[in-house]
Design a protein around this ligand. Structure first.
Ligand SMILES: CC(=O)N[C@H]1[C@@H](OP(=O)(O)OP(=O)(O)OC[C@H]2O[C@@H](n3ccc(=O)[nH]c3=O)[C@H](O)[C@@H]2O)O[C@H](CO)[C@@H](O)[C@@H]1O[C@H](C)C(=O)N[C@@H](C)C(=O)N[C@H](CCC(=O)O)C(=O)O
Ligand SMILES: Nc1ncnc2c1ncn2[C@@H]1O[C@H](COP(=O)(O)OP(=O)(O)OP(=O)(O)O)[C@@H](O)[C@H]1O
Length: 519
């Protein structure tokens, strides 16, 4: 990370009258709103800046209006909430009333900041896996035509060369609007953001009409939140709607992509990324040749366009999944105005992405190849291990766990995948959150036992750092140690406490210690 983005607010926001805002959105006003002006919007009392409109939403745990007094004390000039929330707002504070404050938070923030999204080329990428990688590839391609760009997602919030850690995959709607305004103020002309299914369900991209949206794939994940795959698909599909996006690009390798392309009410281009797949002939764009790099560095592929022209392209990251991400990124960037060959060239040169098949220590000097990857679903894990096998002359050593307070059903499946595709397993903790870490490990080990009943070469470690050290102790110079699940994450969440922790740092510390011992 370089210098912080500060308050993530534009320095020179417009000044908007609260009564004009109420009129524009047909909101009832309670209390003295006349002459009151707002310069920003927030949904979190802790983030209020003087001049903000505080949007108090009924949360899953608590009503935001409980924090209205705190927000006003910090300088909020008015509160936008529902009738339940209005009861909790201190007397004398102007209240704007709506049935669904979460739904209007984005459009209202866009109005207050004078629709910043309309001043930039905007791209949103959704899907279960590959969002981060694809947004970085898209950003690389957009930089072929835009001197300053912004990219927002799980890893960081970046405008030009300035980046801060990201609180989540897709920030809340008022934060997104502030970032769009700040990016515009800093000279950015294009912005790419990951759009999670939670974001779509909770209105976090409200108030943005994306120029182009992309869909990677749909795989089992987050069913705790969306209920079932149908609900998950419905939430993802919300990105492909008039008013939310102008046009879309959909990878049709899986049945969900094919269905999205068929049902989408906005115009979409389709991309098939598996050579020889039956859907390739119908796809607008198709990967027709792929030389999936066996050197672990990247792959070369040929993308056939709608006019039949063949475009040489490269993925700078290993494995078939990254051919898919790179192909999608090229087509998305093309839809956003970058000539296809310039987009392909720029994607091929994109930099490494933190925690995505990141080569932390190269093989050599007696050390195994050490990788960190963010795969945390059964499908992603399978693909990651398949990508690493060809670059591993010896044994594949996997260190992994599974998140607490998230989809429990995937744990034994992760166990089975690991046992099937890796040689040595060290099962450990990811982010146990409020759950008992031992019971999460036990659920993974249950799946491991299905495949490997004798638990040969299966180890268990209660601390993630110890697990990595154990893997390094077990691994020889021809082996590969891959740690999956946390990727770039700078913290580990245990029993409500976020501890500073990063897989990469553990590898590097272990190597530094070994060097010192041998010095
Ligand atoms: C399920 C979910 O997404 N929940 C989000 C939701 O929480 P909530 O409804 O429980 O909110 P709450 O705690 O009841 O608070 C209600 C309101 O009071 C406000 N409040 C609360 C406390 C306070 O002191 N002051 C204050 O103003 C809150 O800002 C909120 O607006 O609204 C909160 C505030 O906006 C979010 O922080 C919270 O995200 C939580 C932290 C979360 O973990 N979300 C994850 C699941 C998520 O969104 N993940 C996706 C990525 C998924 C993926 O693809 O991997 C993401 O986009 O990051
Ligand atoms: N197109 C893909 N299909 C399947 N798996 C993929 C794909 N791209 C990447 N992966 C795997 O998924 C992991 C996560 O990749 P990435 O961070 O790009 O996805 P993401 O959608 O941003 O994930 P998240 O929403 O959890 O942040 C990677 O580490 C890789 O193992």
């Amino acid at each position: 990370m370089t210098s912080p983005l500060g308050r993530l607010r534009p320095e020179h926001p417009p000044v908007r009258r609260v009564d004009d805002l109420a009129a524009a959105f047909g909101l009832r006003v309670d209390g003295p709103a006349e002459g009151v002006t707002a310069t920003g919007v927030t949904m979190s009392s802790a983030d209020v800046e003087p001049g903000d409109l505080f949007v108090a939403v009924p949360g899953l745990r608590v009503h935001g209006a409980r924090f209205a007094a705190e927000a006003v004390a910090r300088g909020a000039v008015a509160v936008l909430t529902d009738t339940e929330g209005a009861e909790l707002v201190p007397a004398g504070v102007p209240v704007l009333l709506t049935d669904d404050p979460r739904a209007v938070a984005g459009p209202v923030a866009a109005w207050v900041l004078d629709d910043p999204a309309s001043r930039l080329v905007t791209v949103g990428v959704t899907g279960t896996n590959g969002k981060t990688t694809t947004t970085y590839f898209v950003d690389a391609a957009l930089r072929a035509r835009h001197a300053v760009t912004a990219v927002l997602g799980t890893v960081e919030l970046r405008i030009g060369d300035d980046a801060v850690e990201s609180p989540r995959t897709t920030v809340e709607a008022p934060v997104l609007q502030s970032l769009l305004a700040l990016a515009h103020e800093r000279g950015a002309t294009a912005l790419t953001t990951e759009v999670s299914s939670h974001a779509l369900a909770l209105g976090r991209v409200g108030g943005v009409q994306f120029d182009v949206v992309g869909f990677t794939n749909l795989q089992r994940d987050h069913l705790d939140f969306h209920g079932d795959m149908e609900g998950y698909f419905r939430d993802k599909s919300r990105l492909f709607a008039p008013g939310q996006a102008r046009r879309g690009v959909v990878v049709i390798d899986d049945e969900w992509g094919r269905r999205l392309a068929q049902e989408s009410p906005i115009p979409v281009e389709t991309v098939s990324t598996r050579v020889g797949a039956p859907q390739a002939a119908q796809a607008d764009w198709a990967v027709v040749e792929a030389d999936v790099g066996l050197d672990g560095v990247g792959s070369r592929f040929v993308l056939r366009g709608p006019d039949g022209a063949r475009h040489e392209a490269h993925s700078p990251l290993p494995g078939l999944v990254n051919v898919s991400n790179a192909a999608l990124a090229v087509v998305v960037a093309h839809a956003a105005g970058v000539p296809v060959d310039a987009a392909a060239e720029a994607v091929g040169r994109a930099h490494a992405i933190p925690g995505r098949m990141e080569r932390v220590v190269e093989r050599g000097d007696g050390w195994p190849l050490c990788l960190v990857d963010y795969a945390h679903t059964p499908d992603a894990l399978e693909l990651a291990l398949e990508a690493v096998r060809p670059i591993t002359p010896g044994r594949l050593v996997l260190v992994y766990g599974s998140d607490g307070d998230r989809d429990r059903g995937k744990r034994p499946i992760m166990g089975q995948v690991g046992a099937r595709l890796a040689d040595v397993l060290v099962v450990t903790d990811e982010n146990p959150r409020s759950e008992d870490p031992a019971s999460i490990r036990a659920a993974i080990l249950e799946g491991v036992r299905d495949v490997r009943p004798d638990l040969a070469d299966v180890h268990e470690a209660t601390s993630r750092a110890q697990a990595i050290r154990e893997a390094l102790r077990l691994a020889g110079p021809d082996d590969t140690v891959i740690v999956t699940g946390k990727g770039h994450e700078p913290t580990q969440e245990i029993a409500g406490v976020f501890h500073r922790y990063n897989d990469r740092d553990v590898f590097l510390a272990a190597r530094a210690e070994r060097r010192e011992q041998h010095a």
